[in-house]
Design a protein around this ligand. Structure first.
Ligand SMILES: [Mn+2]
Length: 329
C-alpha cells in the first residue's frame, strides 16, 4: 500500500474535516493504545465530533478511569484511525474489517507495516501517547485533567513507569506538562504499578517456578501452558503485566516469556537489556516491536519452541562473551 506520511498539522486538518470518527485499538489492549485513543476521543468530542473507540477485546477495568466505552455500531464511521497498532495482525477478529479501511494510523513502532492510507509515525516516541499529546497541542485542544490522565497512563505504562530505555527528555517534558494540566499521577502510579491482583500473583508464582537460565545466566526463559493459565484463573491483563519478570533478574540480557494460546501455538514476549535488541529476536519469527520489548508467535511443542527461541537468542546476545550451546545452567 502507498501510505502517505503526514505531519501533525496535516493529520489534524484531516481529523477536523471528518465528523464521524472511529478510533481503533490493538487486541489485548494496553495502557498506551487505550490511553492514546481515549485522549483523542475526548478531545475530538470537545470539538463537536461524533467519536467511537473500538477494540476486539474488552477494555480492562483497570482503565475505567479513562472513561471510555466500546463502540457498538451507533454510527457509520466516515474516518477510521488506528492508534498504536503496528500491523493488521494485531487487531483481532472484532476490528480487522474496519482496520483494513484505516484512513490514518498514529503509531510509534519502528516496525509499523503501513497498512493505512496515511500515517503519522514517530519511532523515537516512547509511547503513542507522546505523539497524541503533540497532536492535541497542534489541534489547539484543551488538555483537561481527564485527557492528561489518559495520556499519562499511556506514557507511564509503555515506559514501565519511566524506567525503560525508550524514555527520552521529551518523555519527561510531556509528563511534566501533563502534571501541570492536572493529571492525578500519584493515584495513577499506585493504581497502575503498585496494586496487583491475586491471579496476577498466581501467574508470577508459576512463571518463577518454570524459569530456566541459559548462556551463563544471560538468558532467562519461562512459560505458561494453557493448563498453567487456567489453574491461575488469569485474565489477559494479568498475563501482560508479567512479561518483564525474566528480564528483571540480575545478569539477564534477554528474557523470554512463552504463553500457550488456545490454538496450541506460543505467544512470545522478548525483553532485552540495554545494548541488546529484542526486536531482532522477534522478527526472526515474523513478529516485531521495539529494541527493549518485542513479541512474536512460535508454533510447535514446548521443547521445540524453546530450542528454536534459544538458538535465535544466542545470535543476539552480545558477542564479547560468546554463548556456549543451549544447555541450562
Ligand atoms: Mn505503545
Amino acid at each position: 500500500m502507498n501510505t502517505e506520511l503526514l505531519t501533525l498539522a496535516q493529520a489534524v486538518e484531516r481529523l477536523l474535516a471528518a465528523d464521524k470518527i472511529l478510533l481503533l485499538c490493538h487486541k489485548n489492549p494496553d495502557g498506551d493504545t487505550v490511553g492514546s485513543a481515549a485522549a483523542l476521543l475526548h478531545a475530538l468530542r470537545a470539538q463537536g465530533k461524533t467519536v467511537g473507540l473500538a477494540c476486539s477485546d474488552p477494555i480492562p477495568p483497570r482503565y475505567d478511569h479513562m472513561q471510555v466505552t466500546a463502540f457498538d455500531g451507533e454510527f457509520e464511521p466516515e474516518y477510521i484511525v488506528a492508534i498504536d497498532v503496528a500491523s493488521l495482525q494485531l487487531f483481532g477478529a472484532g476490528t480487522v474489517d474496519w482496520a483494513q479501511k484505516s484512513d490514518l494510523c498514529i503509531d510509534h513502532h519502528g516496525s509499523h507495516s503501513r497498512y493505512s492510507d496515511a500515517l503519522v509515525l514517530d519511532d523515537k516516541a516512547a509511547a503513542c501517547a507522546e505523539i497524541i499529546y503533540e497532536l492535541l497541542l497542534e489541534m489547539g485542544a484543551e488538555i483537561t485533567p481527564l485527557i492528561a490522565d489518559c495520556l499519562y497512563t499511556g506514557i507511564a505504562t509503555d515506559t514501565g513507569c519511566f524506567k525503560f530505555a525508550n524514555v527520552t527528555p521529551a518523555t519527561h517534558r510531556i509528563a511534566a506538562a501533563l502534571m501541570e494540566h492536572g493529571c492525578a499521577y500519584t493515584k495513577l502510579n499506585a493504581h497502575l504499578f503498585e496494586s496487583k491482583s491475586r491471579s496476577q500473583l498466581a501467574v508470577e508464582r508459576q512463571l518463577l517456578k518454570n524459569m530456566e537460565f541459559y548462556y551463563k545466566g544471560r538468558c532467562a526463559l519461562t512459560w505458561l501452558t494453557l493448563e498453567d493459565i487456567e489453574a491461575t484463573g488469569a485474565k489477559p491483563v494479568d498475563l501482560e503485566s508479567t512479561t518483564g519478570i525474566a528480564r528483571a533478574i540480575e545478569g539477564v540480557k534477554i528474557g523470554v516469556t512463552m504463553r500457550q494460546q488456545p490454538s496450541g501455538s506460543w505467544k512470545i514476549s522478548v525483553r532485552a537489556a540495554e545494548g541488546v535488541n529484542a526486536s531482532s529476536v522477534a522478527t526472526a519469527f515474523g513478529g516485531g516491536g521495539h529494541k527493549g520489548a518485542a513479541g512474536c508467535e512460535v508454533f510447535g511443542g514446548l521443547e521445540n519452541a524453546k530450542q528454536a527461541l534459544l538458538a535465535e537468542v544466542a545470535r543476539h546476545l552480545p558477542s564479547e562473551d560468546e554463548p556456549e550451546g543451549g544447555e541450562a545452567d
